[in-house]
Design a protein around this ligand. Structure first.
Ligand SMILES: Cc1ncc(COP(=O)(O)O)c(C=O)c1O
Length: 413
């Protein structure tokens, strides 16, 4: 039976967490801060958990330099829950900002930027939610594609001249890092790239929503202040599955019941209303206390042990560069092929490639990897191939070891 030290875990999510954090969490699970009770056995309204959730928020604010006019919320339902919640809440916000009589109300467009499977799923959910509830009634909104790189098989990002934003959209939506194909918008330090998200092309006043599920706290968020909402399922860089973090501009914390009284908006389930969550400091109903606790420990660890966001960014850049350089060399030798063809669209978190020579060679690669302790390298079931996810808790040493294996495999095959 291998120990944690003998394994290099490249899982796409849920993914590895720092060992020291898990050790502290296991202690807290049994006896939290000498209370004689485990963290999961304490009330979410008690002083202990209050300190946990408030500490998590404060550390996240510091780590990401979140502006004061944004709220930080801990929600449930995963990234997929937010595909729905952003539509419902932002259509209410749009309706309240346009309080004309129902007969004069025009359902707004919603602009989606499609760069892979997750943004496509978010778009599909939006289309589903805006369906009229009666025959001949108008749809609640008109989701549309403002840009898409589907024609490339999700191997590149749209370029600036391929975007076509509406003037009056309820919001613009994009996914910062597409976990399955391994496509990510260029980093803040590469913001002049033609593939960078074109914030300046979005018409003034239009809200921008970003899914950061698989790139959260891996590096600086370009133009955090230009976003209306940034959200992330926790189970990659932050903590265990079960908690979703939202960074939301305060003017979007709207009363969705008041919006529904104006008609023309879909109803919002109470636990998905951002204002309810914010008014109750993420404790409207029982939150997932253990995932929040572990996330709080991870945030402290990232600030204290890992040099904050700057330190994380440097290490993550070094890991990604090393792995892509190794793959590019193996590709030149005809042994592997990187999925994402444009270098500035390559994800720092999810590195995708295929093994040349067919299924047998891929199996040989994966079998050899397994024997050497490289785990969970198989690509997503919808696309196959290989995916090495190198989130914050994956060390540079693990990436170096994987690179050595890729080099040895390329030599021997
Ligand atoms: C970028 C992205 N968005 C959304 C999701 C969906 O998240 P969940 O499974 O938490 O609903 C995932 C899941 O991996 C993801 O990677």
């Amino acid at each position: 039976m291998p120990s944690r030290e003998q394994v290099h875990n490249f899982a796409a999510g849920p993914s590895p967490l720092p060992t020291t954090v898990l050790e502290e969490a296991s202690q807290g699970l049994l006896n939290y801060q000498d209370t004689g009770m485990g963290l999961c056995e304490l009330s979410h309204r008690g002083k202990e958990f209050k300190a946990v959730i408030e500490g998590a928020e404060a550390n996240l604010r510091q780590l990401l330099s979140i502006p004061d006019n944004y709220s930080v919320l801990f929600s449930q339902g995963g990234g997929t829950g937010q595909f729905s919640a952003v539509v419902l809440n932002l259509l209410s916000a749009h309706r309240l900002a346009n309080p004309v009589p129902a007969e004069q109300f025009t359902p707004p467009p919603i602009d989606y930027v499609l760069t892979g499977s997750w943004s496509s799923k978010a778009y599909a959910e939006s289309q589903r939610l805006v369906q009229p509830t009666f025959p001949n009634a108008p749809a609640f909104a008109a989701p549309r594609i403002a840009a898409s790189s589907k024609a490339s098989g999700w191997t590149r990002l749209p370029k600036r001249d391929e975007y076509n934003f509406s003037e009056d959209a309820a919001f613009v939506y994009y996914c910062e890092n597409e976990t399955i194909n391994g496509i990510e918008f260029p980093s803040a330090s590469n913001s002049s790239s033609d593939s960078a998200f074109p914030f300046d092309l979005v018409p003034d006043g239009v809200n921008i929503v970003a899914d950061y599920s698989s790139s959260f706290i891996s590096r600086k968020i370009p133009h955090i202040e230009k976003h209306a909402i940034i959200y992330a399922g926790a189970q990659k860089n932050l903590g265990p599955s079960g908690v979703t973090v939202l960074i939301i501009r305060n003017d979007l914390l709207v009363d969705t019941t008041a919006a529904s009284k104006l008609f023309c908006v879909p109803p919002v389930p109470i636990t998905y209303e951002y204002k309810i969550l914010a008014d109750n400091k993420s404790l409207y109903n029982t939150p997932p206390t253990f995932p929040i606790y572990v996330s709080a420990l991870v945030l402290k660890h990232l600030l204290v042990e890992k040099g904050g966001l700057e330190g994380l960014e440097q290490t993550n850049k070094a890991k990604a560069e090393l792995l892509y350089d190794t793959l590019d060399q193996a590709e030149q030798a005809g042994k592997v092929k990187c999925v994402v063809r444009e270098k500035d669209a390559r994800s720092w978190m999810n590195v995708t490639f295929t093994i040349e020579g067919g299924d047998d060679k891929e199996k040989a690669f994966l079998d050899g990897a397994e024997k050497r302790g490289f785990k969970q390298l198989k690509g997503h079931r919808s696309v196959g191939g290989i995916r090495a996810s190198i989130y914050n808790a994956v060390t540079l040493e693990s990436v170096k070891a994987l690179c050595e294996y890729i080099q040895a495999f390329a030599k021997e095959n």
